[in-house]
Design a protein around this ligand. Sequence first.
Ligand SMILES: [Zn+2]
Length: 162
Amino acid sequence: MAVLDTSALLNWPIERCRGQIVSMLQQDELARVDEQRWLLIEGLEMDWRTASDDQRQLVHEVASKTGDLPRLSDVDIDLIALAIGNETKLITDDYRMKNVAREAGIEVEGIMTSGGKKQWKWLLRCIGCRRTEEVSTDAHRSKKDDVKLCDRCGSPMKLKRA
Ligand SMILES: [Zn+2]
């Protein structure tokens, strides 16, 4: 069994979620984000738990070290702590959670790479001439989604779902 983050609960085929380890703190979050999905999940035999204070404290320490602590929610912390406490892997696409979990020695698996159905890739498209190109792995992260300028016309290129 693995610990599932909320995106996994939203995106995995419902039968695949059955019996996996989840945090009680996710119940409110799930009900708020997608009530219909929550009703489905509620009807499954999920392994609802909360982490112990010791386990959560350990996550606090590791996340302080990596610098991720200020951006982790209580739910995030509880999920990582549950993976530690149950010595199992964590399913998430959140890079902060991945980072902290790996630092704590937990195996991490992505949601889309582990059987999710919503698979897509990103392309860059020029807002001027509409030329598209593959996203290079060295594209820098930025707050805006302007990643680079078009080689052909010099207009900004935006990330688009292919
Ligand atoms: Zn262009």
